[in-house]
Design a protein around this ligand. Structure first.
Ligand code: ABU
Length: 384
């Protein structure tokens, strides 16, 4: 297999004399969003809790949902809604397995427990969106530091899997944990409904400050040695800089910006579906789109989403329609009801495998957010 390039050996020294040479082949290998998918982690609905309504949560939520967060913060999401979401995610897992993908799941943990650090107190949220927290670059799993206090301990749900992958040869890094003290947040940040929000984000002002590095993994879109990042409400410049220095000269981190008053996670804004083919959200103009065009890439503007206003999306925009999962360059998992998007893929010669995870969408993510790649067959290449 092509990821033989990541074969490594570890020398284990036991006491003074004993030395064993153990050849390791990482079970983790994923370089981009489109190589043939072999193994994936799918998030969990079980135990999902509404995060406390802190400034970082308020900054990204629309006013009509504020009462929901104010009254339910720290409590479980509505049970009937969660039951439907759980059934959808089970179906999603079954479809992935039918398509030949090994599916792994995070542990069930209790997100209701209140925790207190020297800097803050909070309850947890969920282990629904592995894409937000785990960034796989080649054979390395990087645990993102996150930026929400309610997500500080989210990594715990993934540790049984990560330890297993580590024991089998994967590299494992935890980015520096932020203190998440008050200095990380702008308490006076204008809310999502402020007509000046676009101008504010254009001036690179976000609810998170540069007090310390923070980032969510979902603010990075991988194309081999080219990785596209955005400064967002949860990813700051020092977080991007940390990743850049950590990965070193072999990788190019391209920092992009968009016309978007509420950036949080790049994968419903810019999505690379094949070598040199990028979906660019038509409502969120990419200021650097010429970079792709000059490099000969095809830029595709996906159609507007059709999800009705009446459907609750507590944590995201409707653009989850373009938050798809590529099984390879010829098969994509996308929403059965997003007919214009389905047709776009058919036109591109990509077979849509469709289902609905609408109730699961309400927790903040589409198929890409609900998963993280563990293994795709392919090589680490440069595309720009
Ligand atoms: N967490 C992905 C959602 C991003 C968005 O709605 O733009």
């Amino acid at each position: 297999r092509s990821h033989v390039a990541c074969l490594s050996s570890s020398k284990i020294t036991l006491g003074r004399e004993k030395q064993t040479e153990t050849p390791l082949r990482s079970p983790v290998w994923s370089c981009n969003e489109w190589d043939p998918l072999e193994e994936i982690i799918v998030g969990r609905v079980e135990g999902a809790h509404v995060p406390p309504f802190t400034e970082e949560v308020q900054a990204i939520t629309v006013k009509r949902n504020w009462d929901f967060f104010k009254y339910r913060g720290g409590q479980p999401y509505p049970a009937a809604h969660l039951a439907k979401a759980a059934a959808e995610i089970e179906t999603f897992c079954n479809i992935l397995e039918q398509e030949g993908v090994t599916v792994r799941r995070p542990a069930i943990v209790d997100h209701s427990i209140e925790y207190k650090t020297p800097d803050f107190r909070s309850t947890g949220m969920h282990a629904a969106m592995p894409r937000d927290i785990l960034l796989v670059i080649g054979d390395e799993i990087i645990e993102a530091p996150m930026a929400w206090r309610s997500r500080f301990f989210e990594y715990r749900a993934y540790r049984p899997l990560i330890k297993e992958y580590f024991q089998k040869g994967a590299r494992w890094t935890t980015a520096p944990k932020p203190q998440m003290s008050d200095e990380l947040y702008d308490k006076n940040y204008p809310d999502e409904n402020d007509p000046n929000r676009h101008k504010i984000t254009d001036q690179a002002k976000f609810v998170t400050t540069e007090f310390e590095p923070c980032f969510d993994a979902a603010d990075f879109m991988r194309a081999g040695r080219d990785i596209f990042a955005q400064r967002s409400q949860v990813t700051n410049y020092s977080g991007i800089e940390w990743l850049k220095r950590h990965l070193g000269d072999k990788y190019n981190i391209h920092c992009l910006s968009f016309e978007n008053g509420n950036p949080m996670h790049i994968d419903a804004t810019l999505f690379i579906i094949a070598p040199g083919v990028v979906l660019s959200n038509p409502e969120r103009t990419c200021h650097q789109i010429d970079m792709f065009k000059k490099a000969g890439w095809t830029v595709v503007y996906p159609p507007y989403p059709v999800i009705p206003d009446s459907h609750p999306l507590w944590m995201s925009s409707k653009w989850l329609s373009m938050n798809v999962l590529m099984l390879d360059t010829k098969r994509v998992i996308c929403d059965v009801d997003e007919i214009p998007t389905v047709k776009m893929f058919e036109k591109l010669g990509i077979k849509p495998i469709t289902l609905s995870i609408r109730h699961a969408n309400s927790l903040g993510g589409g198929f890409h957010c609900w998963t993280t790649d563990i293994r795709r067959r392919g090589k680490m290449e440069s595309y720009l």
